[in-house]
Design a protein. Structure first.
Length: 726
């Protein structure tokens, strides 16, 4: 009897050896080789980590409570919502309950999820006793397929699951979705590690997202033709609801159609974005340079392809001239939590997947943009399984790091051997400051939130307005979002008073942003705040005076202000605010004025045309809108450019060798001008209607990097597409 037993044992060993050899043959080598160590336990991993003196890494959650985490967001109670991405990288072959063709953007009852379904899901992690460790897990949603982005809002969560941007609404607060809708559709999946991701609420109230270069999307509303979508690959997109577009069916469904536009084009596979205290937007990218300052309407260098806008002055560069170890970066957070020492405030914390580390960097103003410099390796895991994919400031004011926890460093590993992707691990770390080296910062306890009974949604308008001055930017941002959703008209006068009386720049900025989020209903208060901001000593407020005058035409492009300049009455939509800011001494303000003027002059300064102008919705009556005190929310500026503002910009900036200002000034003269469209010419000065002395004022040190052809109709030079970008 021993012979058959031995034979079977050897046979079994042979089979195991064969399987191991087959698996090993799929593994990549070289710089993409997987970790060659056994995955440490959470306790072992924590002991391996090194951080600066006074800091300490603590584990909020780990497997089996959390597995394959790829995106995270908090609700106003301070609970952590996490997307678990089991189906990476191939996607599921099971029917996707929320992935079929979308015929409308209304809410629908949740389907009965029976039979095989995709395994991606959304879970809620709670620290019920506020001791800093999750002790309760609730599965909110199942049946997702290649879901990456998540953001809490509107009584539920927004989920990025190709081909849709979805919203799941919990009407009764039982932590189960009651309804779901497709908000936008047309997102691609060609490269499953470059899907729509990194959702965040911007200072302007829009939902921002990032998107990779090798995935090709044509974003549109459900029911719109595919050829009317907005082309979106590498870059930053943003979207928001527009209530005035709502049909009777939308009102019945308590939903509004959304618009979408490309905020800035370029980079590679940006995975992580954040805003500093002044509202400047930064993203981390892979393969190419790892950090970019994204200016509205900017076109940036790319890993491949060319920008959709065919009239690029040039492709803007990154803000770094140094490199870290290898190429894969994910997650970025600009620390504004109020719990770390002052020398960390405003610094950028960026995850490096290959280096198993979190890098700390600082950005210094350089003209109208920034230049980054390394500070230190803030966190080194000393563990090849540590894969930071998201870094955010939490309700406690500390940095939280989402750890994918896998032996594979790259998408290429997962594609070569999908079965080798770890599907049983995941960790959420908190980097707390204990105050050991700075007793003044020591606080009672290090819970996961400020108080055990935290719930900003239960606060009234006055309490939420007061939170605009909180030391933790998570609290400020969440309170601002709660104010927007609360939709209380009593908020505007309180916010305006706070803006006028506060001595804290961050508080005044938050008040201005919150006022803007109120929209048309708070128009007079917004206008008064903008006028005050335009003359404020703080250049950041002057920047937003320009942006809110020119970037949000749905609120204030035709606000009906009559003004007098040198004794002459000028048309009300020529914007005296922008004329003044165009001559500002600060280059960042002049850049904002140039960006805003693009919005004044054309339908939008973003290319391609934003969703809304291309859809089946009715066109706005622009002439009627100009007679209104303020526009309906669907209006877009279609009118002449104020030559005085342009002349001021050229005179004040022409002698400066500032690359970003030069870019926006030339893009301001792009062929999207209504006059150049009607004349058939794509260039300036003659065909855009600019005065010759303005057009030829020039920008020293910068010539347009476009190829030119002769306009047959007018004889002027017309810019045509420059084939760049790979």
């Amino acid at each position: 009897m021993r012979t058959p037993t031995l034979f079977l044992s050897l046979l079994a060993l042979g089979l195991v050896g064969t399987a191991s050899a087959q698996t090993a043959s799929k593994e990549l080598v070289g710089e993409r080789a997987p970790a060659n160590s056994i995955c440490p336990t959470p306790e072992e991993a924590q002991k391996k980590m090194t951080v600066p003196p006074g800091y300490e890494v603590r584990c909020f959650a780990h497997e089996p409570m959390i597995e394959n985490p790829v995106g995270m967001a908090w609700d106003p109670k301070g609970r952590l919502w996490v997307v678990e991405l089991y189906e990476y990288p191939e996607g599921s072959t099971a029917p996707a309950p929320f992935g079929g063709e979308a015929k409308d953007d209304l809410y629908h009852p949740m389907p009965d999820l029976k039979g095989p379904i995709p395994r991606d899901r959304v879970v809620i992690l709670e620290d019920t006793d506020n001791d800093g460790v999750a002790d309760k897990r609730t599965v909110f949603l199942e049946g997702l397929n290649l879901a990456c982005g998540i953001l809490y809002g509107d009584n539920g969560v927004y989920i990025g699951q190709q081909p849709h941007l979805l919203h799941f609404r919990d009407n009764d607060g039982d932590d189960k979705p009651d309804e779901w809708r497709v908000v936008l559709t047309g997102f691609g999946r060609e490269d499953t590690h470059e899907l729509l991701n990194s959702f965040s609420w911007g200072p302007d109230g829009w939902l921002y997202m990032t998107h990779g270069v090798f995935t090709h999307s044509k974003v549109r509303r459900p029911g719109d033709p595919k050829d009317q979508g907005v082309v979106f690959n590498a870059g930053i997109g943003r979207c928001k609801p527009v209530e005035s577009w709502a049909s009777d069916a939308h009102y019945k469904s308590k939903a509004a159609p959304w618009m979408f536009e490309v905020y800035a084009d370029g980079t590679s596979n940006p995975w992580g974005c954040d805003f500093d205290a002044a509202g400047n937007h930064f993203v981390s990218a892979c393969v190419i340079d790892h950090l970019f300052h994204m200016s509205p309407g900017g076109l940036y260098v790319r890993q491949g392809g060319a920008p959709e806008n065919p009239y690029s002055y040039e492709l803007l560069p990154s803000i770094v001239n140094f490199k870290h170890f290898r190429a894969a970066y994910a997650g970025i957070q600009i620390y504004q939590g109020g719990r770390y020492p002052a020398d960390a405030n405003g610094h950028l914390f960026i995850g490096n997947i290959h280096d198993n580390a979190i890098h700390e960097e600082v950005v210094n103003p350089m003209g109208a943009s920034f230049k980054a410099a390394p500070v230190r390796d803030f966190l080194r895991a000393n563990d090849g399984w540590f894969r930071p994919v998201s870094t955010k400031t939490g309700p406690d004011g500390f940095l939280w790091v989402m750890d994918w926890c896998d032996k594979y460093p790259c998408y290429q590993n997962a594609k070569a051997n999908p079965e080798g992707v770890d599907r049983a691990r995941g960790r959420i770390w908190r980097v707390v400051y204990t105050g050991k080296d700075d007793p003044a910062l020591a606080k009672a306890g290090v819970g996961s939130r400020e108080s055990k009974d935290l719930n900003l949604e239960k606060l009234g308008t006055p309490e939420l307005v007061k939170l605009m001055g909180h030391s933790n930017n998570w609290v400020r941002r969440t309170a601002r979002r709660c104010l927007e959703e609360l939709n209380d008209r009593a908020a505007a006068p309180l916010l305006l008073e706070l803006f006028k009386t506060s001595r804290e720049p961050s508080t005044r900025m938050e008040a201005l942003w919150a006022l803007n989020a109120g929209g048309v209903r708070d128009f007079q208060q917004i206008l008064e705040a903008i006028k005050l901001a335009a003359t404020d000593a703080d250049p950041a407020l002057r920047i937003w005076a320009a942006r809110l005058t020119g970037e949000t035409p749905d609120n204030m492009l035709h606000y009906g202000v009559e003004y007098v300049r040198e004794g002459q009455s000028v048309k009300r939509h020529f914007y005296p605010i922008l004329e003044k800011l165009a001559s500002d001494a600060d280059p960042t303000v002049r850049k904002a004025a140039a960006v805003a003027l693009r919005g004044v002059m054309v339908e939008k300064y973003f290319m391609p045309t934003p969703l809304g102008r291309t859809s089946r919705l009715p066109e706005p009556n622009v002439k009627a809108l100009e007679r209104e005190l303020y526009p309906l929310p669907f209006s877009y500026a279609i009118g002449d450019l104020d030559p005085v503002a342009l002349e001021n910009l050229l005179k004040s900036s022409g002698a400066e060798n500032d690359r970003l200002i030069a870019f926006h000034l030339w893009m301001l003269s792009s062929p999207t001008s209504p006059r150049s469209r009607t004349s058939g010419c794509h260039g300036w000065p003659r065909c855009s209607g600019f005065p010759a002395h303005v057009a030829h004022a020039g920008i020293q040190g910068h010539a347009p990097s476009v190829r030119h052809t002769r306009c047959k109709e007018h004889g002027s030079r017309a810019a045509v597409r420059r084939q760049t970008g790979g």
